[in-house]
Design a protein around this ligand. Structure first.
Ligand code: ADP
Length: 569
């Protein structure tokens, strides 16, 4: 894996060419004031109109040449920095895809998104500015100062002092301003987050009549964003006026000191004009340099955040093992903790043969999804063995493992694309398979009534579908690739009892050999299962068939009684 800087290496030649072109432009720009001084000092007093025309023409040619070189070099720089950023973003994206769930939890999804967007943008800006101004600005400053020092050391000193003051002013102001802007950015992020939460949860907000409270919450965040922006603005407000003041002071000093030098015969009047031009060039270049430093400091911080992803060590390596089991799915003494503090799954133990059904029941937060995540090896068990297809799950490659499963998780995303694409899920499945899966998932009857059937577009997050319709599309997606093991995590929570029963019957009819794992709050969805696990606080407190659990598990019994219309939990 390369560091961010390494992405520039393949473009080294192009960058060097661009820098050489910039260098040429800077030389041409530095020559202009000398020619101007020559016109004023020599050609004008001699009234040599022909020479003035010649020199004027030469100046125009040099100015055109400088502009042409700058435009060419800027284009080359823009191309390189865009290409570098494209490759960087591509690699970060594919690395993010390869991160394990534990690594994703550590980074957090929103941070990964901001590293892929904001941070790559800052790196782009850094590379772009370094190429455009990294050589030109220091060259103009150095060249201008050297040329002035050679001809009038006193004026060179004036320029050096003013230029150093300008640089320090910008450096100080931005150093104080940047933390305020970082805070302001975080405050704006908060405002955006609240807007997003309200937009996506708009129905709940309206239904629970919390608009007033939400408005207060929004106003608080908005006010916080305003005050932090104000502080940042107050600090930065000093920057431009102070540099303008220094520029004007410098111009006055150049003229004043130059006039003294002319009076004592140490300088030709034309040179004052040349030095004024140099001074303006130097000041602009100094401001440019200060801005480049700001871009570099932001870009370097972003590069570090990106490198954390690029250089994240490979997790969940395949661990070869000859151990075999008769279980299609199973666990042996499996324990797991997300944060390493308390066990979210503790000593899980069960076996399931091919074609059997496993039911998982338990209150929210009891570890049902965690158990399934370990079967899929989304996380690695802290202790014990997870069996999949008769072998240790850790000894199977990621593709082999995931290829065996069809999964429906809670709150899974729908694509803003056709119904067909949502079921096929970019796997290019034949339409017949998609239709068959939709029929098994009890989705076909409503898909047929949609305006364009399978080609109807699903809105963002499936907003034009009901909860039950969304769930059935997701089930069809899991079935479409004809998996050997099907996991339904609370996949029937938005379905009515009749549809849920039809769904389970259809899966058994159309996928006779499938090994089924069903997480459900409903006993009715689990009673046919070959093995039901009752989970409480990460522990399997009981397991067996429906009838066995009715006699052995008080919790199961009370759940059954409650759902069948009597007793309490
Ligand atoms: P269930 O599916 O039974 O509702 P989960 O398996 O989702 O429960 O969660 C079990 C426990 O693990 C809960 O206490 C939950 O807060 C915790 N948990 C789940 N996912 C994570 C995660 N990504 N990071 C930290 N803790 C988690």
């Amino acid at each position: 894996m390369r560091t961010v800087g390494g992405y520039l290496r393949p473009f080294a030649l192009r960058v060097c060419c661009g820098v050489a072109v910039k260098f040429t432009a800077a030389v041409l720009e530095l020559t202009l004031p000398l020619l101007l001084a020559h016109i004023i000092n020599v050609c004008v007093p001699a009234r040599d109109v022909e020479a003035i025309r010649r020199m004027g023409g030469l100046m125009m040619a040099l100015a055109f040449g400088a502009a042409f070189c700058n435009i060419t070099a800027n284009r080359m720089a823009a191309w390189v920095s865009m290409e570098v950023t494209r490759r960087l973003r591509r690699d970060v994206y594919s690395r993010v895809e390869g991160l394990s769930c534990a690594q994703m939890d550590r980074f957090s999804i929103s941070s990964l998104v901001s590293r892929l967007t904001n941070d790559t943008y800052h790196v782009h800006q850094m590379f772009d500015k370094i190429q455009r101004g990294g050589i030109r600005a220091p060259m103009l400053v150095l060249g201008g100062l050297v040329l002035t020092f050679l001809q009038a050391p006193a004026l060179g000193l004036v320029q050096l002092v003013i230029c150093s003051l300008t640089f320090c002013t910008i450096a100080l102001v931005t150093r104080r301003g940047i933390p305020h802007y970082t805070k302001a950015q975080a405050a704006v992020d908060d405002v955006v987050r609240i807007i997003r939460e309200n937009a996506s949860g708009v129905r709940v907000v309206k239904a629970l009549a919390c608009q007033g409270r939400e408005r207060t919450r929004f106003e608080r965040a908005n006010e916080c964003a305003r005050s932090t922006e104000e502080k940042a603005g107050c600090v930065m407000a000093a920057a431009n006026p102070m540099t303008d003041f220094l520029l004007n002071t410098g111009l006055v000093l150049v003229v004043a000191v130059g006039a003294v030098l002319v009076n004592i015969g140490k300088l030709d009047p034309g040179h004052i004009v040349a030095f004024l031009s140099y001074f303006a060039l130097i000041q602009t270049a100094t401001l440019g340099m200060a801005k480049i430093f700001v871009k570099i400091s932001k870009g370097a911080a972003s590069a570090r955040r990106i490198e954390e992803i690029l250089l994240a060590p490979a997790d969940q390596l395949v661990r070869p093992s000859d151990a075999v089991s008769e279980a299609e799915l199973g666990m042996e003494g499996v324990s797991f903790s997300y944060l390493g503090v308390e066990k979210d799954l503790d000593g899980a133990e069960f076996t399931l043969r091919r074609g059997e059904t496993l039911g998982i029941l338990g209150p929210t937060g009891s570890g049902k999804t965690t158990l399934v995540s370990l079967l899929l090896r989304l996380y690695d068990a802290g202790a014990g063995v997870v069996w999949v297809g008769g072998r240790d799950a850790a000894s199977r490659s990621r593709e082999d493992l995931r290829g065996r499963f069809g999964v429906v998780f809670q709150n899974e995303a729908l694509l803003n694309d056709s119904v067909y694409e949502n079921i096929s899920f970019l796997r290019g499945l034949p339409r017949e398979d998609v239709i068959a899966a939709a029929k098994t998932a009890q989705a076909w009857e409503f898909i047929e009534t949609l305006p364009d059937g399978l080609d109807t577009r699903v809105d963002i997050r499936g907003a034009n579908l009901s909860g039950g319709q969304r769930q059935r599309l997701l089930i069809a997606r899991a079935l479409a690739a004809k998996p050997g093991i099907l996991v339904l995590d609370s996949a029937d929570s938005a379905l009515d009892y009749r549809t849920a029963a039809d769904l389970h019957a259809a899966i058994r009819r159309d996928f006779p050999g499938v090994t089924l794992v069903v997480i459900s709050e409903r006993i009715a969805s689990l009673r046919e299962a070959d093995r039901i696990l009752v989970l409480e606080d990460g522990k399997i407190t009981a397991q067996g068939r429906h009838e066995e659990l009715l006699s052995s598990s008080p919790r199961y019994r009370s759940m059954e009684r409650l759902q069948m219309g009597g007793g309490s939990v």
